[in-house]
Design a protein around this ligand. Structure first.
Ligand code: 291
Ligand code: CA
Length: 159
């Protein structure tokens, strides 16, 4: 099925082989840059890479900053991702907001996508909604606290 022949076909085959080689080289280069970048100032878990540039902001600023950078406010969906984010918090010695909140419905914590969270790492006694706490910060010990969305926190994005 679909056998092709002739000079035109040979040219196409050569062209495809050439593109395949270029793609392989490109993947290797991107892989190296990713590793170097993570080594410098980031962290990774699975397919995600997490980065902080030292800037700080409240929840809305943190969200907007990551979105403007083409990323997403770090949103830990499992313990490996949580640990990767925690290590950046430790490095900067500054808690960070994660992309989780219960702004819409008190007590119903969701990702920025609106999906209900499927993983949590609350500190003892949290979430307690003290006053009104609809955002979530991650401490240097990796545990979470629901917190006012108006504090200044380290901005960590995922890409
Ligand atoms: C701070 C805020 C709250 C947090 C609370 C607990 C207090 O409020 O960070 O979001 O839930 O601390 O850590 O826990 C104990 N054991 O005191 C304190 C307000 C008075
Ligand atoms: Ca709290």
């Amino acid at each position: 099925q679909g056998d092709c022949g002739g000079r035109e076909c040979d040219l196409l085959k050569t062209e495809i082989r050439d593109l395949q080689e270029q793609l392989k080289a490109l993947k290797a280069t991107v892989g190296k840059i990713q590793k170097a970048w993570i080594f410098m100032n980031g962290n990774s878990a699975g397919e995600k890479t997490f980065q902080a540039n030292g800037s700080e902001g409240d929840f809305e600023t943190s969200k907007a900053t990551c979105s403007q950078a083409g990323g997403l406010l770090a949103s830990p969906r499992n313990s490996a991702e949580n640990t990767a984010i925690q290590q950046i918090v430790v490095r900067h010695n500054k808690a960070a907001y994660v992309g989780i909140n219960d702004i819409e419905t008190e007590g119903s914590f969701k990702y920025l996508s609106g999906e209900a969270i499927g993983y949590s790492n609350w500190a003892g006694g949290e979430p307690n909604n003290l006053g009104t706490e609809d955002c979530v910060e991650i401490y240097p010990d990796g545990r979470w606290n629901d917190r006012s969305c108006n504090e200044k926190r380290l901005i960590i994005c995922e890409f």
